[in-house]
Design a binder for this molecule. Structure first.
Ligand code: FMN
Length: 191
């Protein structure tokens, strides 16, 4: 069975992003062996001097290398994350920095960096409070996920989103979640 790595960055109880992502992961688990890292269960450290010094001396926590190797080897990558401060939560950025490991997720020759990840497709699931669509100037999550995907050698990025959540009634929110699930399930057929 092919392997899918799922980065669950939903950090709030009752997360609407998680409701959408759960339904899609459930469907994808029929075709993929799913491994999940749930960021709310971790406290990945901010990468700063101590970690950089360790890296320069070839020291990286084995647990992190193992997760990064799984990301690199996965056939598909799924990221779920709510839209926070015009991007995604810093917990996801910190996680990605900890996974951006030389000779694991990317490498370099004398001239440029190149990716070592295998996944030809990435799915990013999000919900936004304001009425901001994917690709809007104020939407700074997708551009970053695309960029790190290029560094790591990841393939096509697919986005499933719902917006204007914070200005919707409970009924409207439920409808938006259901519409996103429906759209996502269609996408999953080709994913
Ligand atoms: C800390 C925080 C920051 C947020 N920042 C934004 C923002 O910059 N723009 C926006 O449209 N919504 C923002 N929101 C609203 C969320 O994007 C929205 O409620 C989303 O649906 C939450 O997803 P969840 O239900 O999966 O937690 C923010 C919410 C929180 C809790």
């Amino acid at each position: 069975m092919k392997r899918l790595f799922y980065i669950d960055s939903c950090l709030r109880y009752g997360s609407n992003t998680k409701k959408i992502a759960d339904a899609l992961i459930d469907r994808l688990s029929e075709r993929y062996e799913v491994e999940t890292v749930k960021l709310s269960d971790y406290d990945f450290p901010v990468v700063k001097n101590g970690i950089l010094n360790d890296r320069n001396n070839g020291i990286v926590p084995e647990e992190y290398v193992n997760i990064a190797r799984k990301i690199a080897a996965a056939d598909r990558l799924v990221i779920s994350a709510p839209f926070w401060d015009m991007s995604f939560p810093s917990a996801l950025k910190v996680f990605l920095e900890n996974m951006s490991l030389f000779n694991v997720t990317f490498a370099s020759d004398e001239k440029k960096c190149y990716g070592l990840c295998k996944a030809e497709k990435v799915l990013y699931v999000t919900t936004r409070g304001m009425n901001i669509n994917t690709g809007d100037d104020m939407e700074q999550a997708t551009p970053y996920i695309k960029a790190i995907g290029k560094l790591w050698g990841l393939g096509e990025l697919n986005v499933v989103s719902a917006q204007n959540m914070d200005y919707s009634t409970e009924e409207q929110k439920a409808e938006k979640v259901n519409n996103a699930i429906e759209e996502g399930l269609k996408l999953c057929e080709e994913f």
